[in-house]
Design a protein around this ligand. Structure first.
Ligand SMILES: [Zn+2]
Length: 73
């Protein structure tokens, strides 16, 4: 369990959001657009937020792991 460095709450998980760049195919089948073979090619603007106060506590997975496993003071 970690500790939010901003509000001090004990936290076991973080809220994750990011901008993901994907690539794949697109076609129209029976008048309906359809994507296929979508794969992630890059991730940017990663944010790991405290679920209690909403503050960003990390911007990469390794820092997020530290917050949850070691906590911050
Ligand atoms: Zn917090």
């Amino acid at each position: 369990m970690g500790k939010c460095p901003f509000c001090g709450s004990l936290i076991v998980e973080l809220e994750y959001s990011a901008t993901e760049f994907v690539r794949g195919g697109f076609t129209v089948r029976d008048g309906v657009g359809e994507y296929y073979g979508i794969e992630s090619v890059d991730v940017d603007d990663q944010e790991y937020r405290c679920p209690v106060c909403g503050s960003i506590v990390a911007r990469c997975e390794s820092d997020a792991r530290k917050v949850l496993l070691e906590g911050c003071s």
